[in-house]
Design a protein around this ligand. Structure first.
Ligand code: NAG
Ligand code: NAG
Ligand code: NAG
Ligand code: NAG
Ligand code: NAG
Ligand code: NAG
Ligand code: NAG
Ligand code: NAG
Length: 547
């Protein structure tokens, strides 16, 4: 009786809980089912509806159980084995959708960013806020065996003008990989999804694929829209990019495809993508996209809870059902030779020296170790402006980044309060703790520093200018190459040179900054010309006239 009820209960639980899908692992430049070594080629669909009738910046597709129930059968009917999702909310529950996908044999590849928290190509940072966002998503999805991988960025660098942003994305790859490793779970791969810009796509792929195992991307996706209407392997441009990427050493795939310049889309390229010209290098692709929206890329249109398949859906279906790719054996996916990092050229300016790992402990030390900090009554919205004021008259390398030079201040990943306190204190120290140097018309206040033992060690390796290399708890391999001692030593001479430079150019603009700082008490220096003291240890009197 007891046995029977236990068995009955077990059967019930088993029917309610999806059996895990076998993990997908990477060997060489290909994906394989871990259970049996069969190659995995992506037959994917991008699945993320834009928010409608809401102020939310995105709609989490894996938290919408009704939509998953509605849509998964349509994906199965076109042999889908993976979906790509672009923005997830780590506070929501994804269990039901993930189980439905598991039952349908469908894997997930997920972007870690979301529209309001991503690496900005115009002012790139890999900071504490993003680190938390990325690792929150990882934590939420770590346990699903049908998570194939994560994207640390999508089309961040998109042309020659912003290649430096890739250094921050690669730091995100490195730190997300390190985080997953530290969690002691399986090594879910982390990669990047690029746009297709012919000027940079070669260097871009090499950049992500090169370097040590713990630093490089595990896979590389390219959003590919070159095959429009009727074309061929050669005339579409597919052969060119295949040649460029053939020795990349990590799996490559189309992280989006399906040009819609000719509609309805015929999806002729499907036969080529899964044919003998391409399967040696490519691991399939992900059609952009499931939902019909204003941009006209949909396979289906949704009204309420009903789905209408469009011509594109039927065309894709007939093409994807025709493929019979020949699969590689895991044993044959022998490790491809390592990719060399791109050299710096006018088209590629991202250093292989990556930004530091965001570390709360390091950032907290900027404040707890400071003897001059922002006053309590300064509005946090004005911290950025006040940083501008200080950095107008003082070298702020400790909180700045230059990914072309591969130079990053130890406190550059910190939030604005810690950054501000670091530069206020550095300025105060550089002026021999003269009380006038911790004032900024009342915006700054002297305090007794309260650095614990580990903080004083961290601050010591950061150095007075903050340009030394700090090894906090999280600092991974990216930082370990430079010894922490040399960082602070050599930086001192460098910063004093740039300090005088920034002073000269900064003095004019700082008066502008002072009047334009909204909410920050104007930096008036008693409303008359006043001497401020600049320089580490010895004071140089420089007269700056402020309004
Ligand atoms: C290996 O496992 C996968 C996933 O269960 C399955 O789709 C595939 O057909 C298997 N390969 C072979 C050769 O049985
Ligand atoms: C949009 O939301 C408003 C308020 O919730 C609702 O009245 C309206 O019917 C919605 N419109 C659509 C098209 O769903
Ligand atoms: C995530 O979901 C929570 C709970 O519904 C909500 O409060 C929050 O605003 C959502 N976050 C984003 C970024 O949409
Ligand atoms: C993941 O699974 C492990 C082992 O079963 C468990 O300890 C952990 O709490 C799970 N984590 C999440 C986020 O579900
Ligand atoms: C590069 O991309 C940015 C952002 O999309 C755009 O504003 C700029 O015009 C582009 N520049 C070139 C040279 O293509
Ligand atoms: C960044 O470093 C590069 C190379 O050293 C230099 O040419 C460039 O001027 C620097 N950029 C800034 C904003 O300082
Ligand atoms: C030292 O710093 C910690 C954390 O910022 C704070 O809680 C504590 O009160 C401080 N102690 C003193 C003596 O200032
Ligand atoms: C590092 O981790 C240890 C143990 O978890 C902790 O006590 C310490 O405060 C952390 N921070 C630093 C900067 O060492």
């Amino acid at each position: 009786m007891l046995l029977k009820s236990i068995l009955g209960w077990t059967a019930l639980v088993a029917s309610a809980v999806a059996a895990d899908l076998p993990e997908i692992e990477i060997i060489g430049n290909k994906f394989f089912f871990k259970n049996n070594g069969t190659q995995f080629l992506m037959r994917g669909i991008a699945y993320q509806q834009n928010p409608t009738n809401t102020t939310a910046s995105f709609h989490d597709p894996l938290a919408d159980t009704e939509a998953c129930k509605r849509d998964i059968p349509y994906m199965q009917a076109v042999n889908t084995n993976i979906i790509r999702v672009y923005a997830l909310n780590a506070s929501l529950d994804h269990t039901e959708c993930m189980n439905l996908l598991t039952d349908a044999g469908i894997y997930v590849i997920a972007d870690l960013s979301q529209p309001d928290q991503s690496i900005n190509r115009d002012s790139p940072e890999w900071n504490l806020d993003l680190y938390k966002r990325y690792t929150d998503v990882v934590d939420k999805f770590l346990n699903y065996s049908n998570i194939l991988g994560f994207f640390a960025g999508n089309e961040v660098t998109n042309n020659v003008t912003n290649t430096d942003a890739s250094a921050f994305v690669k730091a995100a790859v490195r730190d997300t990989k390190a985080y997953i490793k530290a969690k002691g779970y399986r090594q879910i791969p982390v990669g990047y999804s690029a746009n297709d810009d012919t000027d940079i796509r070669d260097s871009l792929a090499d950049y992500f694929a090169c370097g040590d195992e713990d630093e490089r991307a595990d896979f590389f996706g390219i959003n590919m829209y070159e095959w429009c209407g009727s074309s061929t392997y050669t005339s579409s441009g597919y052969s060119d990019i295949s040649k460029q990427y053939q020795n990349l050493g990590i799996p490559i795939f189309f992280s989006e495809y399906g040009c819609n310049r000719v509609t309805p889309r015929q999806f002729q390229e499907v036969g080529t993508l899964y044919g003998s010209d391409m399967t040696n290098e490519w691991s399939g692709g992900i059609v952009y996209m499931y939902f019909q929206e204003d941009n006209n890329y949909g396979l289906v249109s949704i009204k309420g809870n009903s789905v209408s398949t469009l011509a594109d859906y039927n065309n894709y279906k007939s093409q994807i059902q025709k493929i019979s790719p020949s699969l590689a054996a895991a044993s044959a996916a022998s490790t491809v030779s390592a990719t060399s990092c791109p050299t710096s050229t006018s088209n590629w300016l991202a250093s292989t020296n990556l930004p530091p790992t965001p570390d709360q402990d390091v950032c907290d030390c900027a404040t707890s170790g400071a003897q001059c900090v922002v006053s309590d009554d300064v509005d946090s919205e004005d911290y950025g402006d006040l940083i501008g004021v200080v950095c107008g008259i003082f070298d702020c390398s400790g909180i700045s980044t230059n990914a072309t030079a591969g130079k990053y201040g130890a406190f550059s990943p910190c939030d604005s309060k810690n950054k501000l306190n670091f530069v206020l204190n550095a300025y105060y120290e550089a002026n021999s703790q003269h009380s006038d140097a911790c004032d900024f018309s009342g915006s700054a206040t002297r305090t007794s520093a309260n650095a614990s033992g580990s903080c004083s060690a961290l601050l010591k390796s950061a150095g007075a200018s903050g340009t030394g290399v700090v090894s906090g708890n999280r600092s991974g391999s990216g930082n370990s190459r430079a010894s922490s001692g040399s960082g602070s030593g050599s930086s001192r001479s460098g910063s004093s040179a740039s300090r005088s430079g920034s002073l000269r150019s900064g003095s004019a603009s700082s008066s502008n900054a002072a009047v334009s700082v909204k909410g920050v008490k104007p930096f008036s220096m008693d409303s008359v010309a006043k001497t401020i003291l600049i320089g580490g240890g010895f004071a140089i009197g420089i007269t700056l006239t402020f309004l």
